[in-house]
Every structure is written in structure tokens, then in C-alpha cells.
Design a protein around this ligand. Structure first.
Ligand SMILES: C[S@@+](CC[C@H](N)C(=O)[O-])C[C@H]1O[C@@H](n2cnc3c(N)ncnc32)[C@H](O)[C@@H]1O
Ligand code: SF4
Length: 393
């Protein structure tokens, strides 16, 4: 089925599953920290987890590391340093590997950024969401706008200029002017990268059970167009649905996901995707989700709770779900290198997308049109297996 001659680039994702407080919109694997965190035990568990996973990635260079959460900045720079030393001792990190830490304002004093940098972190992703005090309260954030600004200034002071700010729009009660003001404030802080997410209401969240009043789709679409224009005018080019960067400052780790690269995921609830060229398989893995279950599993060979070999159909859909988010689109060579499949397998869906004006083809590159970006879910329907309702099943 698959025909890989070489493996795709490899990244490492490390999950830290605790936060000070659970945000009402968040469905990430994050748990409120009660009392002292088992920081030392968790770092040990991550190292054991990595060691157990080594045979699956033996000898492969790791291009990027992302320590995400949860709130990884709750951990001390010493712990992060110990973790990164252990990573370096076990996998070949490429020179200039991108090593990102997610940091929440309100959990990290700015002086600590210099210590994280000494520990090996060379990129930060700071979760700001908004600079409007009322809106921050409304989405349950623990930090003030001032703390978010100080965090960005602290990143510069620590020499970590390569940092991202996360913002969200479409927040309950947010006006168009407020959303654009948030972007301007963020740009003035001179980040290298901005992630600008539309708030989505996810199952298993407080907002799902108590739905807030949100702007309608047309308002959001106009807002998004206005924001994208503003960002471009200030040097932040969009390269993915929600990601904007200065030249050469795209997030290499996320790009690897969107290009259907491989990643090893360690830590509670972490997902991984690995290609095996000798068996010609692509496998998705998941780790024990609950922090306590994960800690108990460490060292018993049971950190991995799920493993699924992907079918060609799975891969076509997953590739589309990722690559069609990228403004640069994809071509037949990048598709075949990442998936091990002939481009002919993708062609009928691409042709249907072009026919309906949701995709375009320029010089051999398939791109999502503006209409396709707006109706991405509809576009992805071409990749879903047809449901047969003839038998009433
Ligand atoms: C892994 S999450 C959390 C990072 C960090 N713990 C924080 O909250 O600052 C990364 C980003 O996803 C975005 N996000 C989380 N939940 C979301 C939702 N329901 N809709 C849109 N964006 C969301 C937020 O901007 C968040 O900063
Ligand atoms: S701080 Fe981040 S990871 Fe934690 S609950 Fe809030 S959005 Fe989720």
C-alpha cells in the first residue's frame, strides 16, 4: 500500500498536563494543579517514556522540540533543563533545532525567561488571548493585560526574540474594534510570530455546557479578513489558517505537522505519528491521558495506551486536513514523500475541489481558494468515505 523510500522529518512533542485553573473554552489535556506538582516524578516519567520510544525512531535526527500543555512554564527552568539534557543525550537533535516552550503570563516572572533560555529553550509561545481586561475575565484567564505585556517584554530582555503570541478572536462580547486593537497591541510588542485563533466551542468544556453569546459567522469572516490585512501590512504574512509570521519565522514544529511530517509525542495524553520504512506503515500513538495514570504507567512499558496503523484512506484525509490549511498548499512530490502514496490517489478529490472553486492548481501546486478556506469543512467532505444509506443503516 505505502511505498516509502525515506522517512519524513521528525519532531518531538512533550506534554505537561497541569494549569493553575482550567479555562472555560479549553479541551486540551490540562488539569488544575492542586497542591504541589509532582514535577520531579513527571520529568523522570518523561525520560523513561522517551527511552521506551527510542526503538521506533532510532538514529533519526530530531528537527524541532515543542514543550506544550497545559502550562509548561509552571515547571522550573532546572526541570526543563534536565529534560532537555536527557533528550539531547538520547536523540540526535539537529544543530539549530527549534526548541519551543509554551509560557502563560501570570505563571512566570520575566527573570525566568533567561533561565529557560540557558536551559536550551530558543523559542517561546506566550498565551495572551486578549489585552482587554473585561474579555480576559470573561474567558477565565488568570493573568492581566499588563502581565501579558511584561511577558513579551521579558522575552526580548532574555534574548528570546523568536517568540509567538497566541490571541483569540470571536470572544464573548468582543467587538471588531477590540479584536483589531488586540492585534495592534500584539504587533507593537514585536513578536516574531502571531497565532490568531477563532474561538471554537468544544465539547467537554464549560462554554459548551453554558454557551456564551458569540458573533455570527459573517461578522467573524469580515473580522478575519480585516485582521489578516492589518497583519500583512505590518509584516506578518499568513502561512496557515491561524498562523502569521515575519519572514523566516514560521513555526517549524507546526509546519512539520501541517506537512504531514513525523512526530514522537511523549507525556500524558500526547499523540504521535511515526512512519516505519521497513514495515511500510504509518502508526498513530496516544499516551495515558490522565497525569496520575501516566505517572503510574511510567517504567512498566504501559505509557502508550493506544496504537493505530493508518489505512491509505486515513492518510489521504489526514494529509488533506493538514496541508489544505497551508497558504502554500502542496504539490505531488511533497504529497508522495510525506505519505508514501502515489499522487493518483489524491487526484479525484483535488479535481472535485477545483471543479467547485474550493481549490486551485497553479504550476503543479494545489492551493485552497479563499472560498475553500471559508468552507474548509465542506471541502474536506470530498475525502470522507461516502455513507451508504441505501440499506437504512
Ligand atoms: C495548547 S493551547 C494553551 C497554551 C497555554 N496553556 C495558554 O493557555 O496560554 C494553545 C492555544 O490554543 C488556543 N486555544 C485553546 N482553546 C481554544 C479554543 N477553544 N478555540 C480557539 N483557540 C483555542 C489558545 O490561544 C491557546 O493559547
Ligand atoms: S491555561 Fe491553556 S492549557 Fe490551561 S486550561 Fe487554559 S487554555 Fe487550556
Amino acid at each position: 500500500m505505502f511505498n516509502f523510500t525515506t522517512t519524513p522529518p521528525l519532531s518531538l512533542y512533550i506534554h505537561i498536563p497541569w494549569c493553575v485553573r482550567k479555562c472555560p473554552y479549553c479541551d486540551f489535556n490540562s488539569h488544575e494543579a492542586h497542591g504541589t506538582l509532582p514535577e520531579r516524578a513527571y520529568i523522570e516519567a518523561l525520560i523513561v517514556d522517551l527511552e521506551e520510544a527510542l526503538p521506533a525512531v532510532w538514529g533519526r535526527p530530531v528537527e524541532t522540540v515543542f514543550i506544550g500543555g497545559g502550562t509548561p512554564s509552571l515547571f522550573s527552568p532546572d526541570s526543563i533543563g534536565r529534560l532537555l539534557d536527557a533528550v539531547r543525550a538520547r536523540v540526535p537533535l539537529v544543530p539549530c533545532a527549534e526548541i519551543t516552550l509554551e509560557a502563560n503570563p501570570g505563571t512566570v516572572e520575566r527573570e525566568r525567561f533567561a533561565e529557560f533560555r540557558s536551559a536550551g529553550i530558543n523559542r517561546l509561545s506566550i498565551g495572551v488571548q486578549s489585552f482587554q481586561p473585561g474579555l480576559l475575565d470573561g474567558i477565565g484567564r488568570i493573568h492581566t493585560a499588563r502581565e501579558a505585556i511584561r511577558a513579551a517584554e521579558g522575552a526580548h530582555d532574555a534574548g528570546l526574540d523568536n517568540f509567538n503570541l497566541d490571541l483569540m478572536f470571536g470572544l464573548p462580547g468582543q467587538t471588531r474594534a477590540q479584536a483589531l486593537d488586540d492585534l495592534r497591541t500584539a504587533i507593537d510588542l514585536e513578536p516574531a510570530h502571531l497565532s490568531w485563533y477563532e474561538l471554537t466551542i468544544e465539547p467537554n468544556t464549560w462554554f459548551y455546557r453554558h454557551p456564551p453569546q458569540l458573533p455570527d459567522d459573517d461578522t467573524l469572516w469580515e473580522l478575519q479578513a480585516g485582521g489578516t490585512e492589518l497583519l500583512a501590512a505590518r509584516g506578518f504574512m499568513r502561512y496557515e489558517v491561524s498562523a502569521f509570521a515575519r519572514t523566516e519565522r514560521q513555526c517549524r514544529h507546526n509546519l512539520n505537522y501541517w506537512r504531514f511530517g513525523d512526530y514522537l509525542g511523549i507525556g500524558a495524553g500526547a499523540h504521535g505519528k511515526l512512519t516505519d520504512t521497513s514495515r511500510q506503515t504509518i502508526t498513530r500513538t496516544t499516551r495515558q491521558r490522565h497525569p496520575q495514570a501516566y505517572l503510574e504507567a511510567a517504567g512498566t512499558g504501559a505509557c502508550t495506551s493506544g496504537r493505530k496503523a493508518l489505512s491509505a484512506g486515513d492518510v489521504l484525509l489526514e494529509y488533506a486536513m493538514n496541508a489544505l490549511r497551508l497558504d502554500a498548499g502542496f504539490d505531488s512530490d511533497s504529497f508522495s514523500t510525506a505519505t508514501g502514496l502515489p499522487y493518483a490517489a489524491m487526484q479525484p478529490m483535488v479535481e472535485a475541489g477545483i471543479r467547485d472553486g474550493l481549490l486551485s492548481m497553479k504550476g503543479g501546486t494545489v492551493c485552497t481558494t479563499a472560498r475553500g478556506q471559508r468552507y474548509l469543512d465542506e471541502l474536506l467532505q470530498y475525502w470522507l468515505p461516502e455513507t451508504d444509506t441505501a440499506d437504512g443503516g
